[in-house]
Design a protein around this ligand. Structure first.
Ligand code: 26V
Length: 795
C-alpha cells in the first residue's frame, strides 16, 4: 500500500471511508490523520509479528527497559521516515490536496515524561529497534501526560494534558493479556511440606491492561514493542462501593507525577511504581516460560533494566516470584535476581534520591516489604563480617535506615550493573556520592555517556541541514552517525560554510514566525539566537542567564557608548507545580522580557522570549534555529544533559560549565570550538565541604551584580512589589547555594567573547561545523550499542 504513489492514493481514498465512515469529499483533516495512522500501523503489523516470531524462535537474550517516563513526542513523521515511505506519502497526499505537515498537527505529543530522563528512554527505543536489538520498553499509559503550561500575567498556570482525547492511533489494547496487581491486605506464613509459604490475604487488586505501541526501526524490518499499562478495576469481586473503587483504581494510571516535590500523592506514586513493576514482570516471565520453562536460567535470557530507581521494586518482586511462586531457596533466587537486573543512576542530588517512609511502604506492599527487610538484613550481616564494629559505615549504606527504604541502595545491592550517564557523573558516583558502594562492588560500576536519537533531532527536525549533509557525504550517516566527521573536510570550503549559514538563517526565520505567532514579538533573525530550554531547576541556573540579561539591559540604558551584538534570548521551561522558587524564576524571566521588549531604547539590540509549554514537538523547532546553547548548570550537578547534544548536532555553539556531558563535548570539538566558564566540579565540591564562599562579597565588590540583584527588590520592576524577594534571599541570605554570583563575572566575559566571535561569520560557521561533524558520538546508537555489549549481552 506504500510501494507506489498511485497505489498509496488509491488505498488512502478507500480507507478514509472505511476508517472514518465518511466520503472523502466530506472528510476532515483529522479523518485524514486517523486514516494515515491506521494505514501505517497496519503496514507495520506484519513486521511486528515477524519480529516477535523471530525473537521467540531464536530464543536469544531479551532486554526489557522499565521506565516510569517516556517522552515520545509525535510519531507520525518519524515512523514514515523510519519506514522509508515519507516521500511516497507526502507526494501522494499532496496530489490529493492534503499537506502532510498539517496532518501532523492533529497528532498530540505523547508527553509521558518530565524531561531528560523520559526523553532518553524514548531515544533508546528508537536506537534499539534501529540496531535490530531485542529490546522492549515497559511503562505506564498515563491518561494525562506532563501538564500543559500556560503563561498568565507572567505566571505559570498548569492545565491537565489530554493526549488521549482523540484516541491514540498507534496503540493496540491487549485485553486478553491483562494481569492483576495486589495492594494492601496482610501476609500470612504457613508451614507447608516443611517450607514456609507466604499468602497475601485481603488484598485489593487492580487490573493492568497492556496497550502496545510498535517501535519501528530505521531502514530495517525490526519492530519492537513499547508496552504501556493502563490501570482498571478488576471485575471480581464486586466491590461494596463500586464507584469509589473504580475511581481509586483508575487513578493509578491517571497522572504522570511532575517530580515529587510535594508530599501529597506519595502513596499513589509508590502504587504506580509497583503497578509498573509487577505488571511488567508478570508479562516478562510469562513469555520467558513459554520459551525456556524453568526460571533457573532467567538471567541468561533476560535482562531487566531499571531507568533510575522508580522501577527498583523489580528486585524484591522478582525475589517474591522466585521464592513464593517458584519455590526457589533464598540464595538461588538472590543469585538469579542480582544477575538479571541492571540499573542506571540519573542524579547525585541528594534531594532527588528516592526514599520511602516505612509507614507508607509497609502497609501498601506487605510481602514486598518483608523481602526488602530480608535483603537488608542479609546485606548488613555481610557488612558486619567485613567491617566488624563499623556501625557508621553500615548505617550509611543500609537499605533501610531512619524508618525509610533507600531505593538507590536497594538498586545497587540487587543489580549486577550500576551506570552513570556521563564520565564526570560516573566518577562522582564512584568517588563521592556512592563511594562506599564502589568499595564494596567496584565491578558493578560503569559509565554509559548519554546519547540522542540523531534521526529525530537532526534527520527529522532539521530537513535542510540533513539534506545538505546527505548531498555532501552521502546518506550513510543516518545509520552510521560517526560518518558525520567527514564533514570536517569542508571546514575551509567557504561556499559550504555559506550554505550552512543560510540553512541556519532559514531555520531562524521559521522559529521567528512561531515566536511572532505565539508571543506577538518580532525578532530580528540577524541577532544571535541564544537559547536555554530545559526543566526549570535552581541548579540549571536560568537565574544566571537572567542576571546577565539584566546587566546588558542596564548597560544599554546607562552607557551610551555600550555596544553589543544583537541577541534574542529564548527560554523554554516547565517548573514542577509545587516548586515555588522555580515558578518565581519563570515570573522573573517574563517580567524582564516585558520590560526589555517594550523599551524603545533597546530596540532590536535585545529581545527576551519565553516560549510557553516547552515540549518535544516545540523542541524540534527550536534546536535547529539556535546559535548559542546555554548549558550553565553549577558544575557537578547536571548528571549529563542531553539538550546540549541536540544543540550541538544542529550546529549551535555551547556556552557551558565543565559539567555533565559538556566535558565530553569539549573533548570532541576541542577547546577552541566551545565556550566554557565558571567553577569546576572539584572547586564546587570543595566549597561544599570546606566553605569559603561568601556570596555577599561578590555582591559588594561587583557593581554589576549589586545593581541587578538590587533591582529584584527595589521597585525596578513596577507593580511586582516583593515578588522576587525569595530569589534575592536565595542569593544573599542563603549564601547562593548554586554559585550564581561566583560564576557571574566569568559568564559575562565569555558572553562578550561569543558576541565578538559571531561578528566573524566564517569563523563562527567553522566552529559550528566542528560541532556538527563531531556530534556523531552522541547518537544514542552508540550509547545503546555500549549497553548491549557491556551490560546486557544482547545481539
Ligand atoms: C529530580 C528532582 C526531584 C525533586 C527535586 C530535585 C530534583 C532534582 C533532579 C531531579 C532529576 C531526577 C532524575 C533525572 O531526570 N535526571 C536527568 O537525567 C537525564 C538523562 O540521563 C540527564 O541528562 C540529566 O542531566 C539528569 O538531570
Amino acid at each position: 500500500m506504500f510501494s507506489s504513489k498511485n497505489g498509496f492514493k488509491k488505498t488512502f481514498l478507500k480507507r478514509v471511508e472505511m476508517v472514518c465512515g465518511t466520503s472523502f469529499a466530506e472528510s476532515t483533516e483529522r479523518d485524514h490523520f486517523q486514516t494515515l495512522g491506521n494505514m501505517i500501523r497496519e503496514y507495520v503489523s506484519n513486521d511486528w509479528i515477524k519480529t516477535n516470531e523471530h525473537y521467540r524462535e531464536t530464543k536469544g537474550k531479551q532486554v526489557y527497559y522499565l521506565s516510569i517516563e517516556y517522552l515520545l513526542g509525535k510519531l507520525l513523521r518519524q515512523n514514515l521516515i523510519n519506514l522509508g515511505i515519507e516521500n511516497v506519502v507526502q507526494e501522494g497526499l499532496g496530489e490529493l490536496g492534503i499537506d502532510l505537515s498539517e496532518l501532523e498537527e492533529f497528532e498530540a505529543d505523547a508527553g509521558l515524561g518530565n524531561g531528560g530522563l523520559g526523553r532518553l528512554a524514548a531515544c533508546f527505543l528508537d536506537s534499539l529497534a534501529s540496531l535490530n536489538l531485542p529490546g522492549h520498553g515497559y511503562g505506564i499509559r498515563y491518561k494525562h501526560g506532563l501538564f500543559e503550561q500556560k503563561i498568565v500575567d507572567g505566571y505559570q498556570v498548569e492545565l491537565p494534558e489530554q493526549w488521549l482525547r482523540s484516541g491514540n492511533v498507534w496503540e493496540i489494547r491487549k485485553a486478553d493479556l491483562a494481569v492483576k496487581i495486589p495492594f494492601w491486605g496482610k501476609v500470612e506464613a504457613k508451614m507447608e511440606n516443611g517450607r514456609l509459604q507466604f499468602q497475601h490475604l485481603n488484598a485489593e487488586t487492580i487490573t493492568a491492561v497492556p496497550h502496545d505501541m510498535p517501535v519501528v526501526g530505521y531502514n530495517t524490518d525490526t519492530v519492537n514493542t513499547l508496552r504501556l499499562w493502563n490501570a482498571e478495576p478488576s471485575q471480581f469481586p464486586i466491590h461494596h462501593d463500586i464507584l469509589r473503587y473504580k475511581r481509586e483504581t483508575e487513578s493509578v494510571s491517571e497522572f504522570l507525577y511532575p517530580d515529587d516535590t510535594h508530599d501529597e500523592g506519595k502513596i499513589l506514586r509508590l502504587k504506580q511504581q509497583y503497578f509498573l513493576v509487577s505488571a511488567s514482570l508478570q508479562s516478562i516471565i510469562k513469555s520467558y516460560r513459554q520459551q525456556h520453562g524453568n526460571l533457573a536460567q532467567l538471567h541468561e535470557y533476560v535482562c531487566i533494566h531499571i531507568n533510575d530507581t522508580h522501577p527498583v521494586l523489580a528486585i524484591p518482586e522478582l525475589m517474591r516470584i522466585l521464592i513464593d511462586e517458584e519455590s526457589f531457596e533464598w540464595d538461588e533466587a538472590w543469585n538469579i535476581t542480582k544477575n538479571t537486573i541492571s540499573y542506571t543512576n540519573h542524579t547525585t542530588l541528594t534531594e532527588a534520591l528516592e526514599k520511602w517512609p516505612l509507614r507508607i511502604f509497609r502497609p501498601l506492599l506487605p510481602r514486598i516489604y518483608m523481602i526488602v527487610e530480608e535483603i537488608n538484613e542479609r546485606f548488613c550481616k555481610e557488612l558486619w563480617e567485613r567491617y566488624p564494629g563499623d556501625w557508621d559505615r553500615i548505617a550509611k549504606v543500609a537499605i533501610i535506615a531512619d524508618d525509610q527504604v533507600k531505593m538507590a541502595h536497594l538498586a545497587i545491592v540487587g543489580s549486577f550493573s550500576v551506570n552513570g550517564v556521563a564520565k564526570l557523573h560516573t566518577e562522582i558516583l564512584k568517588n563521592r556520592e556512592m563511594s562506599q558502594f564502589y568499595q564494596l562492588f567496584p565491578e558493578k560500576f560503569n559509565n554509559k555517556t548519554n546519547g540522542i536519537a540523531h534521526r529525530r533531532w537532526l534527520l527529522k527536525a532539521n530537513p535542510k541541514l540533513s539534506g545538505l549533509i546527505s548531498e555532501t557525504i552521502g546518506t550513510n550517516w543516518t545509520q552510521a552517525p560517526n560518518e558525520l566527521v567527514r564533514l570536517s573536510e569542508y571546514e575551509n570550503n567557504t561556499s559550504f560554510l555559506e550554505r550552512l549559514a543560510k540553512i541556519k538563517k532559514d531555520n531562524k526565520e521559521r522559529l521567528a514566525d512561531v515566536i511572532h505567532e505565539k508571543t506577538g514579538v518580532a525578532v530580528d533573525t540577524n541577532s544571535i539566537f541564544d537559547v536555554q530550554v530545559k526543566r526549570l531547576h535552581a541548579y540549571k541556573r536560568q537565574l544566571l542567564n537572567v542576571l546577565h540579561i539584566m546587566y546588558l539591559y542596564n548597560q544599554i540604558k546607562e552607557d551610551s557608548s555600550f555596544s553589543m551584538v544583537p541577541r534574542v534570548f529564548i527560554f523554554g521551561a516547565k517548573a514542577s507545580p509545587g516548586y515555588y522558587y522555580a515558578k518565581k524564576i519563570i515570573k522573573l524571566i517574563n517580567t524582564v522580557a516585558e520590560k526589555v521588549n517594550h523599551d524603545p531604547k533597546v530596540g532590536d539590540r535585545m529581545k527576551v522570549i519565553f516560549m510557553e509549554n516547552y515540549r518535544v514537538s516545540l523542541a524540534e523547532k527550536i534546536f535547529p534555529a539556535a546559535d548559542v546553547s546555554e548549558q550553565i548548570s553549577t558544575a557537578s550537578k547536571e548528571a549529563s544533559g542531553t539538550g546540549n547534544m541536540k544543540f550541538m548536532i544542529n550546529g549551535a555553539l555551547t556556552v557551558g560549565t565543565l559539567d555533565g556531558a559538556n566535558i565530553e563535548i569539549r573533548e570532541l570539538v576541542g577547546d577552541s570550538n566551545i565556550f566554557t566558564f565558571g567553577l569546576t566540579a572539584d572547586e564546587v565540591l570543595h566549597h561544599y565541604q570546606h566553605g569559603g564562599y561568601q556570596s555577599l562579597e561578590y555582591y559588594h565588590h561587583d557593581w554589576r551584580i549589586r545593581q541587578a540583584v538590587d533591582q529584584l527588590v527595589n521597585g525596578f520592576f513596577p507593580g511586582v512589589y516583593n515578588e522576587f524577594e525569595p530569589i534575592f534571599d536565595s542569593l544573599l541570605e542563603e549564601n547562593d547555594q548554586y554559585f550564581v554570583l561566583k560564576d557571574f563575572a566569568s559568564y559575562v566575559d565569555i558572553q562578550k567573547v561569543i558576541g565578538n566571535t559571531f561578528m566573524d561569520p566564517i569563523k563562527w560557521q567553522k566552529m559550528s561545523l566542528a560541532n556538527i561533524a563531531n556530534a556523531g558520538y552522541f547518537s544514542s546508537d552508540r550509547t545503546i550499542q555500549e549497553y548491549a555489549d557491556d551490560i546486557w549481552g544482547i545481539k
